[in-house]
Design a protein around this ligand. Structure first.
Ligand code: PEP
Length: 254
């Protein structure tokens, strides 16, 4: 299943839901609330173990994603999950290179293979980038450019429009305050510039999401004035009301 080009709000449950009952309740609540949503695709990324319990709740607006994939298709890789497993569970996208995984040693090489593998399997890669801190001299921009060129190194010009780039400044993730919409806009323009330098100006642009301390209160301004295509949400995706508040506010944007 391919997600179309509406606004996109992705919820990453991480390792925070601990029963099938809880997972179903959360997804059912989001599905109910999503009935009124018109212009926004919603993706829930639960822990792998709940995917099969949640697949019956997938709809034209509500999709399932995963929080990671493995870079190889098959073989002796104990504990890893191949993209080959995912189609049968209606999984349409995969978060790749989240900063929490990078912090535990996931390399750019592995991330680039995962992005390519996802595209090969017709799963939308949600490729995460973001600097740990900012400096006065703008070195973080070179850092972002490098992350982009390494992570997208195996993506062809024809495929680049099928990638979703999630820009998540690490200093905002899990924090109290999101980046302001002006800075989000600057980064969205910068990422587009880097992609054009890498792939040329004639290619279809990847969608760009912002992630880091998004709430129902700041979601609309970030997307509308930050000129991004949507949001990647951590903590606030764990409560139906809060997550639906984010989705509804994004959906109001013309
Ligand atoms: C994240 O971990 O990707 C994230 C955006 O988290 P939070 O929304 O909780 O800041």
């Amino acid at each position: 299943m391919k997600i179309n080009k509406k606004k996109l709000v992705i919820g990453n449950w991480k390792m925070n839901i601990f029963s099938v009952k809880e997972a179903k309740k959360l997804m059912e609540g989001i599905k109910k609330g999503s009935l009124k949503v018109r212009n926004t695709d919603i993706v829930i990324c639960p822990p792998f173990v709940y995917i099969s319990d949640l697949m019956s709740l997938v709809s034209k607006k509500l999709f399932l994603g995963v929080q990671n994939i493995f870079e190889e298709m098959n073989g002796s890789y104990t504990g890893e999950v191949s993209v080959q497993y995912l189609a049968q569970f209606k999984v349409s996208c995969a978060i790749i290179g989240h900063s929490e995984r990078r912090a535990r040693g996931e390399s750019d090489t592995s991330i680039s293979k995962k992005v390519a593998r996802a595209l090969e399997a017709k799963i939308t890669p949600v490729f995460c980038i973001g600097e740990a801190s900012r400096d006065e001299h703008g070195e973080y921009l070179a850092f972002i450019k490098n992350q982009l060129s390494l992570g997208l190194s195996l993506v062809s010009k024809a495929q680049i429009g099928d990638v979703v780039i999630a820009y998540e400044p690490i200093w905002a993730i899990g924090g109290k305050e999101a980046m302001n919409s002006h800075q989000v806009h600057e980064m969205s323009l910068y990422i587009q510039k880097c992609v054009k330098e890498m792939c040329g100006t004639m290619v279809m642009m990847p969608r760009i999401l912002y992630g880091g301390a998004v709430t129902a209160d700041n979601a609309r301004e970030i997307v509308d004035q930050g000129f991004v295509d949507g949001l990647l949400v951590g903590r606030e995706s764990l409560k139906v009301e809060n997550f639906l508040g984010i989705i509804t506010n994004v959906d109001l944007i013309k």
